[in-house]
Design a binder for this molecule. Sequence first.
Ligand code: ASN
Length: 310
Amino acid sequence: MLPVLVVHGGAGHIPEERAERSTAGVCSAARAGYAVFQRGGSSMDAVVEAVTQLENNPSFNAGCGSVLNVKGEVEMDAIVMEGKTLASGAVCAVRNIANPVQLARLIMDKTSHACLTAEGANHFARLMGVPEVTQESLITEYSRMRWKKNLTPDANPVECQMGKMGTVGAVAVDSEGNVACATSTGGILNKMEGRVGDTPCIGCGGYADNQSGAVSTTGHGEAIMKVTLARHILFHMEQGQSAEAASDLGLAYMKSRVGGLGGVVTVDPQGNWAARFSSKQMSWAAVQKDTLHYGLYTGEHVTKSIAEPQ
Ligand SMILES: NC(=O)C[C@H](N)C(=O)O
């Protein structure tokens, strides 16, 4: 049933006091992305809109609200990919940009390259007239508090890491059967300067192919890269598995092979979709026809009419 859009707000352990905000954020981003279809937009337009909304929401680890690197700075990664032509665009370790997902799309649309990093990405942004924002405007009190906590000698960065994964992503298929994905992140807490995770790497943080479907991933980047999680899931779909079964197979493989936890949203070109995770939680939401679907805990799947107020 087309069109459909599915978003995630990151896999991990979401503290109880942040759960409501996280669910509200993914639901409103899914609604905003889906509204793009109603205005005649493509699946690429829809995923970029949904991820832009999540980047602008300080509750998530992307754009404003990104986690800080070891120096207390924001460096962000993002990717977009569309399934008709396999065109993609990505940015790595970019600073001072409010919406890295939009810059990734400009790289796909306006250059012959698939990925720009750091200063080169910022230089391209200037050429495209994308305004630079201050580091301060991307940093929340919460991310600064967690960064500081992790600098203390008794810090447990691994445990703290799970407190807020919060990478954001979306997949969609439009009424023409074109699939697309977008993923954006601040990376992992107190990462080394210049660390690039799975998100901007094609086949890891996302992949889209009209011949199988589209996937956006979240979780421990170094583990996701080892198993090229997004492409791995689409491989299973090419072998005849459903979006849900293929997502579970990919996540189970990552867990057993490299001990990594994470989550994914997946669609196929017919509009079948899945939101699956091996972490404790993942906030997710989907809109298809007149229905909004969402959840946060394993097995939780709430539905309501899209006409109901937010
Ligand atoms: N929260 C996340 O999903 C983190 C992201 N996958 C990274 O490792 O950069």
